[in-house]
Design a protein around this ligand. Structure first.
Ligand code: MLT
Length: 391
């Protein structure tokens, strides 16, 4: 007897949960594992945010059920943040919804918008949650292949007409996970006009919007004219303020899409703990110098890793956003073969590109969420212990 639906039986366990299992097993055998797998910042949440949480924990009223759509102060702080950062005006009552991390919101958006058999347009490679949640909602994924020669942007015009007529949702994601690709506002303008022409809602995942370098500022899709008629944007405090474990995010934009998601969510969950929402509101509205400080640290790490990879014959252009490096695997290896050899022979975890979709074959992803010394050590181990020959 198997206590599992066919749909769940058909999906693999969550990528990073599997990687964690392997990591734990290696640690048990005494191996000093260097984890460049999941994008989980090692830097602490800034103190002023932690202090605000502690203060809000002193108020007994904050222990009650939270608001279903998110605390008023949190929604207002997201609206203020959009006005300040992007000059986009949002109505906190209808155009902002609090989430228990953006992963939760993305997972729930799909069944809120599609019926069984509908198509979801999904960039390939991309965050595995888009594809798995589509499968769980009995939808059909259509892979929009992201090619390096196109700056990892989908070619909208190559999507067949019969797919377009069955499509009920399209995902976009910049700065990109796993590709680290960045775009300018023109990309979103093209996407919005294509989506309006075909009446396909867009969900833009902007989890890495504030992790940027060299003066590059990632645009919001809501800056594109008419975007609110067809698009929503998911945001997260996880990466900007090192708050992955806090589980707090938001979705903003088209009010009908937000309303459908809110109906589904209010039947499935009861929102994030109020003190966490109030501390997150404080993070968005207080001194932002912590953000540039973190980005400076990621930039140093990125430069160290890119130089290290170059020293073993793997060439990568420095990305302008996200804390990932998306690099080609050495010739003669699949993504899985390379990542497995690196793990087994050196104790360094990297993520094989095909874990993000078949479009990621031929690449691997490095997360810069360990200190620079550990990155140097990872490169040294690869140089000394990896038996396969690179370049
Ligand atoms: C990633 O590493 O791709 C993300 O941090 C994983 C996640 O959000 O679960």
């Amino acid at each position: 007897m198997v206590f599992q639906s066919d749909r769940v039986g058909q999906i693999p366990p969550y990528l990073f949960a599997e990687i964690n299992k392997k990591k734990e097993a290696m640690i048990q055998t005494g191996i000093d594992v260097i984890d460049l797998g999941i994008g989980d910042p090692d830097l602490p949440t800034p103190n002023h945010i932690v202090e605000k949480l502690i203060a809000e924990m002193q108020h007994p009223l904050n222990f009650k059920y939270p608001s279903f759509i998110g605390h008023e102060e949190f929604r207002k702080s997201v609206a203020d943040y959009y006005e300040r950062e992007y000059k986009v005006k949002l109505d906190p009552k209808t155009e902002v919804l609090a989430l228990i991390g953006s992963k939760e919101g993305i997972g729930h958006l799909i069944p809120a918008l599609i019926d069984p058999g509908d198509v979801v347009l999904i960039p390939d490679p991309s965050y595995p949650v888009y594809r798995m949640a589509t499968h769980l909602a009995s939808g059909e994924s259509y892979s929009m292949l992201l090619k390096e020669e196109n700056n990892f942007e989908p070619e909208f015009d190559s999507i067949p007409k019969d797919i377009l007529t069955r499509s009920k949702l399209m995902f976009l994601n910049y700065p990109g996970n796993p590709t680290a690709a960045t775009v300018d506002l023109k990309h979103f303008e093209r996407a919005v006009s294509f989506a309006k022409e075909n009446q396909i809602p867009i969900a833009h995942d902007s989890a890495y919007n504030m992790v940027t370098f060299d003066g590059y500022k990632a645009p919001s899709i809501l800056q594109a004219e008419g975007a609110k008629e067809i698009a929503v944007e998911f945001g997260s405090l996880s990466k900007t303020y090192n708050m992955t474990g806090w589980r707090i995010g938001y979705v903003v934009g088209n009010k009908d899409i937000i309303k459908s998601l809110a109906v589904l969510k209010s039947n499935m969950d009861t929102g994030q703990f109020t003190p966490i929402q109030l501390a997150a509101a404080h993070a968005l509205n207080s001194d932002q110098s912590c953000v540039s400080k973190h980005n400076q640290i990621y930039k140093e790490r990125m430069e160290a890793m890119i130089a290290g990879l170059a020293s073993i014959g793997i060439k990568v252009d420095p990305p302008k956003g996200s804390f990932f490096i998306w690099a080609p695997v050495p010739e003669g290896f699949t993504s899985t073969e390379f990542a497995t050899s690196v793990l087994e022979q050196t104790g360094v975890i990297i993520t094989p590109g095909n874990a993000f979709g078949s479009g990621g074959e031929g690449y691997f992803r490095v997360s810069l969420s360990v200190p620079t010394e550990r990155l140097y050590e990872a490169i040294d181990r690869i140089k000394q212990k990896l038996k396969i020959k690179i370049s």
